[in-house]
Design a protein around this ligand. Structure first.
Ligand SMILES: [Ca+2]
Length: 362
């Protein structure tokens, strides 16, 4: 190891690489050691397989050094049925005892809920959605808390940290697949904003991951980036995205307009949500994707959407030509039941519809 690099307090490098942010693609889940050196302290991080993307395009102008794993404080917490709060259990890969007494059952479908920028895994919407998931189905439900990496009030830093959180989840799930014989096809990652891309990074590491739901995937630094940078349809068997705040950042939008799943939902056109008004300064439209998804857990009637080329066609009532038997573009359930869609081999299929301004939205 180059001692001059070790002695440079600003160095960040990957073993075998050189100073700076480097690309490491592929590899197994065997530990790759990272060394982070700052302020005369050396941190050694063992993250499993990883890559650090160095991408310089007009859409992503800089790369930010990752926050050390210890500072990022990533927790993965299993929510116990009917007992949100004090009975939650943090679980750790390669420590099966952390699963003892949690009620975890590897034969059940397993959900992970992942927050975004300037949030925590203990925010109300995560604990409430976890409980709603448990009420809806017989699942294992985990909340991912990466508050140490998301709450620095610097978006660029948080975008870099999403890669570490994705690694943590991928590392845990792959261990669970090996240790508990968990079926990865029954694993479903649900992420909001930056959490959507966290799910994408995790999905890239998990062979045969069943599903990712992107709740208004973050736009800045991600839109039109390569597949390995963004959540996209290659990251799971089925990827369903919900675009609710897809205006450009200079107009206050945090989401992306880019269709990047197998199916992409654009309620009310996807750019702005009814009822938000001035409240949009509090990311009202950005959060609406969460509200809509949760509503599909709470309502007894199904939310159904139809395929259109764009929102204008929906408003004009121009249905897509679906063939004589209407089988070329079948309708789809929103939210939790989107996985029942029958044409999962298609990509970037757009669904447009309008909603109410508050629950029930459809
Ligand atoms: Ca991807």
């Amino acid at each position: 190891m180059n001692s001059s690099i070790l002695n440079n307090p600003n160095s960040f490098f990957i073993k075998g690489g050189s100073k700076g942010i480097q690309v490491i693609r592929g590899g197994s889940l065997n530990c790759i050691k990272l060394y982070f050196i700052k302020k005369n302290h050396k941190y050694k991080m063992c993250l499993g397989a990883t890559y650090i993307s160095k991408v310089q395009t007009s859409h992503k102008s800089m790369n930010i050094i990752l926050t050390p794993r210890d500072y990022l404080y990533c927790q993965i917490i299993l929510s116990k049925i009917k007992d949100i709060g004090s009975a939650n259990h943090e679980v750790v890969a390669y420590k099966p005892s952390t699963f003892d007494g949690t009620g975890f059952d590897a034969s059940k479908p397993t959900k992970f809920i992942i927050h975004g920028f300037v949030q925590t895994g203990n925010a109300n919407w995560l604990t409430e959605m976890a409980q709603e998931m448990l009420d809806y189905g017989d699942y294992n439900v985990f909340r991912v808390n990466w508050e140490g990496g998301s709450s620095m009030n610097f978006y660029g830093q948080a975008t870099s940290n999403t890669r570490v959180v994705g690694l943590e989840i991928g590392y845990l799930v792959n261990w669970m697949v090996n240790y508990f014989s968990l079926d990865p096809a029954k694993v479903h990652l649900i992420g909001h904003s930056l959490g959507s891309h966290v799910a994408g990074y995790a999905g890239e590491l998990i062979t045969g991951l069943g599903r990712i739901s992107g709740l208004d995937p973050a736009g800045p630094y991600f839109t039109w980036m390569p597949s390995f940078v963004i959540l996209d349809e290659t990251d799971a068997i089925f990827v369903d995205n919900y675009h609710t705040d897809a205006r450009p950042l200079y107009l206050g939008g945090y989401g992306t307009p880019q269709a990047m799943g197998n199916v992409d939902f654009y309620p009310n056109g996807g750019s702005f949500q009814p009822g938000c008004g001035l409240r949009n300064v509090l990311a009202c439209s950005h959060s609406r994707a969460i509200d809509l998804y949760r509503d599909t857990l709470n309502q007894t009637y199904p939310y159904i959407a139809h395929e259109y080329d764009d929102y204008d066609d929906f408003k004009d009532g121009h249905y897509k030509l679906c063939g004589d038997d209407n089988q070329k573009c079948p309708p789809i359930y929103l939210g939790i039941r989107a996985s029942e869609y029958t044409q999962k081999d298609r990509i970037n299929v757009q669904f447009h519809f309008d909603t109410n301004q508050e629950a029930p939205y459809c």
